[in-house]
Design a protein around this ligand. Structure first.
Ligand SMILES: Cc1cc2nc3c(=O)[nH]c(=O)nc-3n(C[C@H](O)[C@H](O)[C@H](O)COP(=O)(O)O)c2cc1C
Length: 171
């Protein structure tokens, strides 16, 4: 079910797409690859930095996927997905899953999660979710996921800021 928000107000004259991109680029994020597996055996995976936590009780997370993304159909057909939080050395995988391709999973080590979603080997953390709600969000669709299973490894995360990948350095 897709919840429909109220019609948004027009953006102010100062909110140009270029400034919007620059300002949002000031906010660093981690990098995830969202994965799904469908009953016909097909899989989809998308690099996403829009991931965030929503609620502790119940544990809920969200992310958003562009309406024009070829993988949207797979995420709409799925009941579950996995969040793969990339480790700092996995910037190659971040690029691999950020380009449309016949087989995005080529050469990627995978294990099946408890929900059946593919988990990327070597990721810093895996979060498997049941999709509980979908919201219209402008040119993206927001997916709300209830956390079903969690795991983490030692290591540092890959960071994205201003259109580039970075490493974390302690203050
Ligand atoms: C670091 C990074 C973060 C991204 N975050 C998102 C995101 O949160 N939502 C989204 O729709 N696309 C995001 N993208 C772009 C998608 O990964 C890209 O459009 C991808 O090709 C979509 O997969 P598809 O072509 O299989 O549909 C991001 C790309 C990069 C490099």
């Amino acid at each position: 079910m897709l919840a429909t928000p109220a019609k948004p107000a027009d953006p102010g004259p100062g909110c140009t797409p270029e400034l919007y991109r620059q300002v949002m680029g000031c906010f660093p994020t981690g990098v995830t690859v969202m994965t799904v597996s469908l009953p016909d055996g097909s899989r989809a995976g998308v690099t996403a930095s829009s991931f965030n936590t929503v609620s502790m009780d119940p544990p809920l997370i969200l992310w958003s996927l562009a309406l024009k993304a070829p993988s949207l159909a797979a995420f709409r057909a799925a009941d579950h997905f996995a969040v793969n939080v990339l480790a700092e050395a996995q910037h190659g995988l971040a690029l691999q899953f950020a380009r449309p391709s016949e087989d995005k999973f080529a050469g990627v080590g995978l294990v099946a999660g408890v929900t059946g979603a593919p988990l990327i080997a070597g990721a810093l953390a895996h979060i498997e979710c049941r999709i509980t709600q979908r919201y219209a969000g402008g040119d993206h669709e927001i997916m709300l996921g209830e956390v079903i299973a969690l795991s983490r490894d030692e290591g540092e995360p890959l960071v994205f800021r201003g259109g580039r990948f970075h490493r974390l350095t302690p203050h």
